[in-house]
Design a protein around this ligand. Structure first.
Ligand code: DC
Length: 233
């Protein structure tokens, strides 16, 4: 029962926005929530990652805001969700796995900090959400991309727990690293994401804080789906 999509007409066309720091479980949680609601899932971080990957492949400095902003406007980034896999296409090429590489993860914050890059990405994200029935997740979906979202959630978890989750994900991908390295990396990314000049990560006043440190994935999905149901009924 719990895993069936919820077909309530009151849910149709609504926007659910979920923000939070790296490793708070946003992506997996949002994907599962979208499936339960019968909504489209929008991973805004994947768009910044795709641009970072393009820069990496084409030797474009991550500091070149002018060039990256132009690219952000013209590079076609598409999503195709089948079963529970959200595939990301850049210029027609499937880059789903490549955009998760540590080299991309490490540099995406710098790319995402350029004002022009953000303006172009936010516009694309708002276009994706025009029809509603969407779960969007990222760092500024509750504050900048969809400030009028029907439900806003801010997910958080301790640095230790977030690093532990990241370690398991990377191990599945065959990437070797240490917990300490990941904790340091997460702290650095938190600092960059929360202190940047344009659209820093922050909890919107009207977002509901959900701390997932001691929640299981299934537990947090149930918890948030219940919040959404109670807010949209
Ligand atoms: O959520 P993620 O780790 O896939 O995000 C990748 C990078 O993009 C991360 O450095 C933060 C940035 N980002 C952002 O600035 N704004 C968003 N809405 C989503 C992600």
């Amino acid at each position: 029962m719990k895993n069936k999509p919820i077909n309530l007409s009151s849910l149709r066309g609504k926007i659910v926005a979920i923000d939070g720091p790296a490793g708070s479980g946003k992506s997996t949680t949002s994907k599962l929530i979208a499936a339960r609601l019968g909504y489209t899932y929008l991973d805004t971080g994947a768009m910044y990652r795709a641009l970072t990957y393009y820069a990496l492949k084409n030797n474009i400095p991550f500091s070149d805001g002018v060039k990256l902003s132009k690219l952000a406007q013209i590079l076609p980034i598409l999503f195709k969700t089948s079963a529970d896999v959200n595939r990301v296409f850049l210029n027609g090429n499937d880059v789903t796995d490549e955009i998760r590489l540590p080299e991309v993860t490490k540099n995406a914050s710098e790319v995402a900090a350029h004002k022009g890059v953000r303006l172009a990405m936010v516009k694309k994200q708002q276009d994706f959400g025009k029809e509603g029935s969407i779960v969007a997740e990222g760092r500024d979906t509750t504050t900048v991309v969809f400030p009028n979202a029907d439900v806003k959630i801010y997910l958080n978890a301790s640095v230790e727990q977030r690093a532990q989750r990241r370690l398991l994900d990377l191990m599945k991908m065959g990437v070797t690293t240490t917990l300490k390295e990941l904790q340091d990396d997460i702290k650095k990314r938190d600092h960059k994401d929360t202190s940047r000049e344009h659209s820093p990560l922050t909890k919107a006043k009207d977002a509901i804080l959900v701390d997932t440190t001691s929640m299981t994935l299934e537990g947090q999905v149930d918890y948030i789906v219940n919040i959404i149901r109670s807010m949209l009924k």
